[in-house]
Design a protein. Structure first.
Length: 377
């Protein structure tokens, strides 16, 4: 079925087509000048000196674990209310995910108070996932990192442009990872970026991005090098220049798109304020954020009721989603099971409503009216 209101619409036009065409005509389509341009622009945008374009955010997270020397039996404190990739990256290096509950139904980010209780001598890092682009409590997380000598990895997949105390998210932790997957604020189909302030970490990530090779094809094509060594066991986690050229256009469009999303969120908040059956997470947030998604949570509900509401919205032509099925309940994570009561309630009762820059007032009104009608029953 095609929905009359989809969850998300691409913010693409002729500019992306032109950019890809020019890249193809340039004869350099793998990792080259466009990847470097995207890295420069993104590093300037977030205000972090070193950026590395990658095949996706999953590879960025994997590299983050590697360059921070997180390995066998090391523990990483992480949320369960996130996409599987956040936590899979911990397992790729044979480290142990230690699931931490979120703050509340109103604040869906990792709870630093609960996180502190989970710290052991094996804890190496905290993975801060900025849910929907809303900032984690980076002050408290940074304090924990200082007190217990931990690294901070920001999974800023939802947050390119979100702010925290005047700084952009992704500029606070040791390493930050961004996703440019199709439905993200910046979309290249597949793609991601790793950011760090530390040149040594950046150089190691760059080496590992491309098989551990000491020089890249583009450098050799320019005559800057003719040979290479394999210095470390690496991967192929490279982005290509076609995607990078889309990313450059998308990054230029981002500020305008974020402004539109902010207005849309405010309209949603106004219209849903009368609905007593809903909790709107982060309603009190005052930071500028990306509004990557618009989550709502049903009050006094359960999974069955939530699924029925989603079904009724589906019948009304409105596409919704769930962010997220809790990771600690997935089969592959059954051995790490913890009771995470708030995460579990949110996971069972959250509904993600459509949000994208061209969502109209009529569409927002239709969604809110339907939701009121369905949740009143
Ligand atoms: C929070 C979070 N982390 C990581 C990822 C993985 O990103 P990618 O698909 O670019 O590998 C996603 C993507 O959906 C995500 O939402």
């Amino acid at each position: 079925m095609s929905y009359s209101i989809p969850l998300f619409k691409l913010n693409f036009d002729d500019a992306e087509i032109k950019a890809v065409t020019e890249t193809i005509q340039s004869q350099w389509i793998s990792t080259g000048p466009k990847c470097e341009e995207l890295e420069r622009n993104f590093s300037e945008f977030i205000d972090v000196p070193f950026a590395l374009s990658l095949s996706n955010c999953t590879s960025a997270l994997h590299l983050a674990m590697k360059i921070l020397d997180i390995g066998i039996e090391d523990e990483v404190i992480c949320p369960s209310l996130t996409f599987a990739a956040s936590v899979n990256s911990i397992r790729y290096v044979n480290a142990i995910p230690v699931f931490c509950d979120i703050i509340s139904n109103e604040d869906l980010n990792i709870d630093p108070v609960k996180a502190e209780k989970l710290i052991t001598p094996k804890t190496k890092a905290i993975l801060a996932v900025h849910f929907a682009g809303f900032p984690c409590d980076m002050t408290a997380i940074s304090e924990l990192a200082g007190k217990y000598n931990l690294k901070i990895i920001e999974d800023a997949s939802h947050a390119p442009g979100s702010e925290y105390g005047g700084r952009k998210l992704g500029s606070i932790g040791d390493v930050a990872c961004f996703s440019f997957f199709s439905n993200k604020n910046i979309s290249t189909g597949e793609g991601g970026v790793l950011l760090t302030k530390n040149e040594e970490l950046y150089n190691r990530a760059k080496l590992l991005r491309s098989h551990g090779m000491t020089t890249m094809s583009y450098q050799r094509a320019l005559g800057h090098a003719t040979e290479y060594d394999i210095a470390e066991l690496g991967y192929n986690f490279r982005m290509d220049d076609m995607r990078a050229s889309i990313g450059i256009v998308q990054l230029n469009k981002l500020p305008e798109d974020l402004d539109k999303r902010q207005i849309i969120r405010q309209k949603y908040l106004n219209m849903l304020s009368q609905n007593n059956n809903l909790i709107i997470p982060f309603a009190k947030n005052t930071e500028f954020v990306t509004n990557y998604i618009f989550p709502v949570i049903l009050k006094n509900s359960n999974k069955q009721k939530r699924d029925a509401v989603r079904h009724a919205l589906h019948d009304a032509g409105i596409q919704t989603s769930i962010h997220y099925p809790a990771i600690h309940r997935f089969s592959v994570y059954k051995d790490y099971t913890k009771s995470l009561p708030i995460t579990e309630y949110v996971s069972d009762n959250e509904i993600t409503l459509p949000i994208f820059g061209t969502l109209t007032d009529d569409e927002i009104e239709y969604i809110c009216d339907k939701l009121e009608e369905i949740t009143r029953k």
